[in-house]
Ligand binder design. Sequence first.
Ligand code: ADP
Ligand code: ZN
Ligand code: ZN
Length: 811
Amino acid sequence: MGYAEVSVNSPIAQRRTFSYTIPSGLTIDVGQAVWVPFGDKTLQGIVLELNDYPSVEGTREIAGIIDPHPVLSTAQVKLAHWLSEYYLSFLFEAVALMLPPGFERKTVTFISALSTTQESDRSSLTQEQRDVLGLVQRQGKISLRELERKLGSGQARLIMSQLVSQRLVVKNYELEPVKVRPKKMPHLKLAVMADEARQEAASLREKRAIRQAALLDFLAWQSELVPLSKVRQSVGSSASVLKALVGKGLVSLEQVVVRRDPLACQSITTSYPLTLTIAQRSALGSIKASLLKPADTLPYVFLLHGVTGSGKTEIYLQALAEVVKQGRRGIVLVPEIALTPQTIERFVSRFPGRVAVLHSKLSLGERYDEWHRIRDGEFDVVIGSRSAIFAPQPELGLIVIDEEHEWTYKQHDKSPRYHARDVAVKLAELSGAVVILGSATPDVETFHHTQRGNYQLLQLTERVTPSEGSSLPKVEVVDLRDELKAGNRSIFSRSLSQAITKAVRSGEQVILFLNRRGAATFVQCRHCGFVLRCKRCEVALTYHWAEGTLLCHQCNYRVPVPQNCPRCRSQRIKFLGIGTQKLEQEASHDFPQARLLRWDSDVTGGKYSHQEILNRFRAHQADILIGTQMIAKGLDLPQVTLVGVVIADTGLNLPDFRAGERTFQLLCQVAGRAGRGILGGKVIIQTYNPEHYSIQAAANYDYTDFYDREINYRRQLRNPPFSQLACLTYSHTNDAVCQREAERVKRLLIQEIDSRGIADLSLIGPAPAFVRRLRGRFRWQIILRGSEPSALLSELPIPQGWAVDIDPVGL
Ligand code: ADP
Ligand code: ZN
Ligand code: ZN
């Protein structure tokens, strides 16, 4: 094979590879990182294919090898192709997901002076050109980036090209410096035999060189290299002592690669497999059977549906143990927020020393070391948040995704906008692994797969109850409209208020939950609960302070805020929900005897503050914990006997077809926080929509009821899984420019749809995105809905400035 197809690290490469000749004498493998000439630069590339023939005439030669080991496995090479095709991302962006941390090095443009420049050449230059030339000549060279900082991007580029064309300077490229390397630490060892060292030590002692003698004696007893830091601790030798001994040729100093270990400071106790309940045994049995299947059959995907505390994690652990027994390995994904010491410990203690942890708080050095050790097969289990799916885990046998319904598995802020769950299923297909998706409230689309026979459903219907009485807590739904009618103006209903007082008085703990996302964005009548919705799209209209208007974020319909409620004529129409701070104020007013603790993203900026807040609450230093979504996740707090959901409906009014699903999931999770201990528990949900199916189903812990209703709505409205969505977003600092561009692309798309005669594709919008302005830029979006919008989009050049999101979540 004389030719390689290479994915090149340049935005110009887009979704394609380039052909290069393999120079004779160079052995190149698929997945290998190489240097390639590209235009007038030398860039990084990854070999994705080897061929006997090039795909074009006149190929250039690969310039060199970056790393002798392939950095991508063959399954990952295929996965990269799939990612780029499915999510319409640049090929190298997909490849880059799987590269070692810190591997990517961009090229930096420099201009440097030509030594032949003569004084007379400058006469025709402008002052600014002369300044830049002077600067370049003084410094020898200057990066374009630095010049841009001084002059602004446009001017810097203009002057550069003027000076280059007059041959006063030359442009050249350098790679960014290497960002991360293996970490080396100085180590000591004897340069002579131990006996000889002891004799030397004795004679040194006679000469009163006590400290040199002590160090020699110490080293004479060590069988391996000793880190210098440890020597300092043990014998306290100074630099001069060391220098003396090295000078005499008795001791040598070496740099040794050490591992940056994120788990280094955790003490680990080994845990052993529990005896499974009947339901657990049956579920694990099905999983084990699939692990024995021949590798060429379809990927096995299991949905493990079980309420919190039903023992799902124990099944993951035992399934992983089975995979390890077979000589294979696993990847476990958990939502970032659930990647707490508690969770990690459960895995680490079952596989001591065999677990790698990947999360966003690791330093680049730690990530670099973990990546290399994973690739070398040093870990049975890799656990991490969404990007851990791209870990170079060899002989992959099992992928576990806990809380599979979580939205954080979708990368939405940069390309490729992948969903880790869908990537996992694809990777399993490519590598012969089995997938377990676990959840108490499965994603409606995942559950639909089980109904169609694509995935196998495993259910755990009961909590593993170590003590009697800790079954699921009772749920009471309170209609907030009745409270106002009864003259209660507090945000706490009479029922919730009494329950809080009682719990606090008995020394128990309370969680108050507020779904802040969506609060303060819609307008609701406080009297009858009516919410203004778009007549065309059915989604709640979003309130915009500045204009005093209500806006539909799907179709751009606008109306002024009415003075009276269209349903009950009440004037109390402008009720905009509350935030956690306000809730804290009201709670301290209504329950002066209770100690409060607030937990939301405003409070928890730092690395450990989550844990600190949690520890304080667990140590019962507060009676009431007030928080948002964050407190819904996986906390086990046995002293909590009451959970109050202050307003359940805020999430229902988001302009998103998944609003009902989201609300159901959140309420179930929040309810699961109560009654985890022997004291039992109670949940009170306050709402203006007590009859809404999401709230009803959550109150009864009835997933099937929820699913049946939800899937019917999805079918009627042709939303996923009965269609696919693609969301196109354009952003610009000027709102009007943004809107014009969105209108233009809409017309373009309609033309394409018509001329190709695609019947099955509808176009929604353009409209301002729900998050209308982000980092100073306005955002408008168009949604395509149909059986395969990506088929059309993949054939069109996506205009500059547009971001494409296939299967968006949280519109
Ligand atoms: P989930 O992951 O579904 O929330 P867990 O696996 O965390 O459930 O189990 C909840 C609790 O029950 C944990 O404390 C766990 O140790 C315990 N547990 C799980 N399975 C068993 C079992 N078979 N026997 C005894 N205790 C169990
Ligand atoms: Zn009303
Ligand atoms: Zn609308």
